[in-house]
Design a binder for this molecule. Sequence first.
Ligand SMILES: [Ca+2]
Ligand SMILES: [Ca+2]
Ligand SMILES: [Ca+2]
Length: 820
Amino acid sequence: MVLCSGLMLAAAVSAQEALRLNDLEYFERQGVNVLVFSNSFNGGFNDEKNSGIEIIHHGVRTVQGGAIRLNNTPEQWDLVPTMTSRKVNREAGSIEVGLRYNDYDFDSRIVVTAKGKAVEVAVWLDKPVPEKLAGEAGLNIEFLPSQYWLKTYQVDNRLGRFPRYATSQTVTRPNSEKPRQFKGFKTYDDRGTNRFVDPLPIETGHKLSLATDDPSRLVTISSEDAELKLYDGRMLAQNGWFVVRSVLPKGKTGKVVTWTIEPHAIPGWIREPNIGFSQVGYTPEQPKVAVIELDKKDPVQTGTASLMRLNPDGTTEEAFKDDVKTWGPYFKYNYVKFDFSSVRHPGVYFIQYGKKRTNDFLIDEHVYDKITDATTDVWVPIHMNHMYVTEGYRTWHGEPFKEGYLQAPESDHFDLHRQGAETETKYKPLELIPGLNVGGFFDAGDFDIETSSNINVVQNFIRTWELFKPQRDETFVSQEQRYVELHRPDGKPDILQFIEHGVLNLVAQAEQIGHMSQTLSNSVLDNYHHLGDAASITDGLHYDPSLRPYEVSADGKRSGTPDDMWAFTTRNPRLDLQAAGVFTSAARVLRGYNDDLADRAQKQADRLQKEATALQRESRHRRDRQADADNDWLTGTGDGNYRNVARNLQTMLDSIPMKDAAYKEKLRPAVKQYLEYIHNFDKENPYGVPIGLGNWAGVNAVLNFGITVNYAHIYFPDIVGKEEVYRVANWLYGCHPYHNYSFVAVVGAARPKQVFYGNNRADFSFIPGNVAPGLLFRKPDHFENFDDWPFLWGQNEGTIAGNTQYIIFGSSFRNIVAPK
Ligand SMILES: [Ca+2]
Ligand SMILES: [Ca+2]
Ligand SMILES: [Ca+2]
């Protein structure tokens, strides 16, 4: 009897320790998830470091990019394979994917099979590697630098430590040996050498153990049939990862490379609770509910939590204690809530749940007073294009793009634009279009002017101005000097200066081009991924093709370096109509402030309105179902999905001030319906806001939701009560999955996020006031927001349109909750 139960126990333990293929089609054991193309390369931006074989190791996605790749350390625009098939074989405990490189007519298969605590990764070829790729195609997998640097590794019997900064060695090779990059673009400027840089391995062997000093990150990879090489991908690109790679053998078919990968699991590991709360704090009267995210194996899913007060005399006392309430499962974790709304006494508090203690936060009626200041005073002026921008002792950037913009020739583009065969302007391809290097805002973590985003920006500022007339003046702006200084008042409301700055570029586009450009963007990929001073993206000299590359004319004004930015001018009447709308509003707002610009804006509004309407009429017969779909969207008769309902209501709410009382009364049923809508989110997820599952995390939808809730409350407080307006603030400032840091840089006094995908991301830093996209969903069940690795834009970039949307959200929210 004793013997029998002993045997059963042993069997149970070993089954528990083995990786098993679960119902969600990934390999799982406690502390380890191995995903096999649950997320495939989507081709949009090529290698987003989000695909292939991935490992979520003790709750953190530290390994990705497991695939057949054509480079030692693939960059973003290196080719990625298309997944042609994915077969899950439950009996064998394996997942097989077919991968294809169309450019090289090259197919391969990867079969991943659970083998006890490890997985076997095998590469199968039906035909040998194509001649052109021999020695280049290999099995790669990538490790997150910020989780591995400074940790130790062992290769066969040799020891080493992962470097904090990339300092390994490289060679150069002829460009002819470089596998083609995305659409034939080049990520590098070879300075006329015709050679590309190729990193050399840091180590080579048959058995690699990574992070031998950290059980939570320890992974062992071994191969008998192939050499394993360890590379540092940061040698070529700051967003590169550590790469382990085996080159596929020449001329072979069948099972050509076999790896065994064993991610170590800490016995009995349980993820620490993530206590979500507002880092900015709470006003005394507002609902205060912390959402606690718990490992499914966490036994403490009931019990109590406490709110502790830190007194000014140095003592700590329990201010409140209550049972947590179960919300239930949402994707891979369980959720409970801790409601401490009854605590209203102003003070400094923290939450204690089991052994977990949060950092401290305030309860005070002024906690939201400054939530938009960093965005308006710092982030926005830093993103003013065509200006020198300085702050104290620091210059953020010099004056960019002094040489102006050239007419784009027919071309495809790396940032999702296209120039048609006709320029649709009076300019010849590559001719200088004068007057465009004025005004406008950098798009995001890059430096282009996206016209539609810049239109949104001006709209957002105008909306904020007309609703709240903020007189805040913390920015000196001189268009004459092309000079901006932060924290220096100049007697003019900053927001009017921002509107003026946006309109200056948009009006210049209309005047010089004749209609709106799609974008003013980089012409070459090798300066598109620029990290550094925006003024050094181009050489500031006019491109002259009669000079040799890198040659400068005798008068010092022209160069043979084709680095000038391009204006993409394929005409889009819808964009022209959007611009006409914003020009009309801008003329209204700028009247009395800058009459000349107001006149110019109005003139272009009238002209574009007329021309674009005529163009649309001409092409009406060509309009197909797409137009009908757009119309459905506008009238709200479409599929009625969330965004449509919300946007329609927002449009209706926005017109209330211009309409009579009867109009407002007619909206009541829609607002009541919207309240049900708001409450639906309480059932959908534990956080009560719309959570996006796309490749760009959902902060824009969350902000839209927040703005609509705010306005619904402002106009219909009897329907949408004040208690509803805190949802989005809670989410933004820390009450969300994965971690509890504020998504707004420097906002959330105790613990804002530390790194963002801004243009200073290579410094592992942030630009104050930036709003992160937030929680990136990885199929099938993982949310993440890295706070030690800024380079994944889908979770850490901020955009000019999104951040100005945040200003509207923050202004309206503060207006509702501020002490009167
Ligand atoms: Ca862009
Ligand atoms: Ca000012
Ligand atoms: Ca130039």
